[in-house]
Design a protein around this ligand. Structure first.
Ligand code: ADP
Length: 476
């Protein structure tokens, strides 16, 4: 039984949750405590009690703790990756890489903790100096989704602690294992009791308590659009700082002058790896007519080579879908696409394997129209569509006709089109001849339009959300 961490103590909850392996429903990954609203409020109170001392404990302590966490994640990437693959379903290679990424993020923020920048300016009044410094915001509530159970918590927790905040962390219900393992490492990193708290439990109970609590100064959330909007409305009533990362419907443009191998590789990796369960996944291939038939043909050939199976099998390239509800949603969208008149040219059906799991053959629709639901709504699974375009300008218009704006990619050998696309794609992240998914850990991450809200995450830009600015005037 894995307990919650509240005020430096491991405490069991009123209920438990069984964590099952989506590659093998017969395998229990572990049993995890489920906190209620009372325990959530206890964790918030502990974080609140710890916040002043931690804010003034000094940057060396923060750096040492973050470095310790990062080093252990890197050292244990194989076993923690195995745990991650067992509970979430991404392949072992993807899961190990995710744990390594989390380790690098903690290491990066160990360095950032030592680089607390400020400004010193002359005053417009003689003999007065102005200092501008950054201070912690206080208690930060961190609410995360199931698709990156290690990396997303890492890229929120590490900067929160680096900039001197205290944390209440609520992971997604589906993936308590990685969250608990991370919390266990953090608990041995030398942080004072209450600086970091783990509360596994239901979003509507534990998450809701965090959103409503006047003691939680800032909330960093990654998840669905619906939950994000509801969270924002509640938090706004008490003027909490909010950062939201939500959906995407990311386009990948393929122009006539693209290298076909590169384009197909970007499309396969971007749309189907991690079982398509990434907010940065490409789900719309917008392809110029001159290359369209060859692109669709090559995609079908490539898709036919992909091995779908148990996440821990060495030959698996596409693991299972994360849970039954997500699989149902993916299959429903395949039916919707057919009804809308798109041409299903590959996959789209549930698969049987040796073990009982949520396996699905990756799906590709061709000849989709931009207004179709499969071309507008986030599916969050291994389902993508190809849309033919008359020329670059037409492709760009289709790409931008979306409520989302997380990532946008283009495959082209034209410098002119690449440069134009970087300026005019309505997205927070733009990729030229690289997949839309798979980003660096030391630079800003975030979207425009309906994909994101608030300050950017990651890299030194994370300071914007996790600190507040103080301006001090001194007359000597
Ligand atoms: P996903 O489809 O990625 O699970 P959700 O938005 O449903 O997206 O969940 C993202 C995170 O938000 C999860 O940790 C979930 O438990 C949490 N959550 C869900 N409902 C609420 C809520 N009402 N208040 C706060 N957090 C919530």
């Amino acid at each position: 039984m894995h307990a919650n961490l509240i005020g430096g103590e491991w405490v069991t909850g009123p209920t438990v949750r069984e964590n099952l392996n989506p590659s093998d429903l017969g395998e229990l990954v572990g049993v995890y405590a489920q906190a209620d609203a009372v325990q959530a409020r206890q964790a918030i109170a502990a974080a609140s009690d710890a916040r002043h001392a931690w804010a003034h404990a000094g940057i060396q302590r923060r750096a040492i703790a973050l470095d310790f966490i990062g080093a252990e994640l890197l050292r244990r990437q194989q076993d923690l990756g195995t745990l991650l693959a067992r509970e979430e379903g991404k392949t072992l290679a993807e899961a190990v890489a995710e744990v390594a990424r989390a380790g690098h993020i903690f290491k990066f923020f160990a360095g950032e903790a030592l680089r607390q920048r400020g400004d010193k300016l002359a005053s417009v009044r003689p003999e007065i100096e102005v200092d501008i410094t950054r201070e912690p915001v206080g208690v930060v509530g961190i609410i995360t989704p199931w698709n990156f159970p290690m990396a997303i918590p890492a890229w929120k927790i590490a900067p929160a602690l680096a900039y001197g905040n205290t944390v209440v962390f609520k992971p997604a219900d589906l993936v308590p294992g990685s969250a608990w393992a991370l919390a266990e490492i953090i608990s041995r990193s030398g942080l004072p009791a209450g600086v970091f708290n783990l509360v596994m439990g239901r979003g509507g109970v534990v998450g809701q308590a965090m959103i409503e609590s006047p003691s939680v100064a800032a909330i960093s959330f990654t998840g669905s659009v619906e939950t994000g909007h509801r969270l924002l409305a509640t938090a706004a009533q008490r003027r909490a700082k909010v950062q939201l990362e939500m959906g995407g419907k990311n386009p990948l443009l393929v122009l006539n002058d693209a290298d076909l191998d590169t384009a197909v590789d970007c499309a396969i990796q971007g749309a189907y790896f991690s079982t398509g369960q990434r907010c940065t996944a490409s789900s719309r291939f917008i392809v110029e007519k001159g290359i369209y038939p060859r692109f669709v043909q090559r995609m079908q050939e490539q898709l036919a080579t992909l091995q779908v199976g148990h996440a821990l099998r060495p030959d698996t390239q596409i693991g299972p879908v994360a849970d039954a509800a997500q699989l149902r949603q993916d299959l429903d969208y395949v039916a919707i696409g057919r009804d809308e008149g798109a041409r299903l040219v590959f996959g789209g059906e549930a698969l049987q394997r040796d073990t009982e799991g949520y396996f699905m053959r990756p799906a590709l629709f061709a000849d989709a129209a931009p207004a179709m639901r499969i071309a507008q709504e986030e599916i969050f699974g291994p389902v993508a569509c190809a849309i033919p375009a008359d020329n670059y300008e037409h492709a760009l218009d289709i790409a931008n006709a979306s409520p989302f704006g997380l990532t946008a990619g283009i495959c082209t050998s034209s410098l002119r089109h690449a440069a134009h696309f970087k300026r005019h794609a309505q997205a927070g992240m733009v990729m030229v001849n690289v997949p839309t998914a798979g980003v660096d850990y030391h630079v800003p991450f975030g979207g425009s339009k309906g994909s994101s809200y608030g300050a950017r995450e990651q890299g030194s830009y994370a300071a914007e959300f996790f600190t507040t600015v103080k301006t001090a005037y001194t007359k000597a």
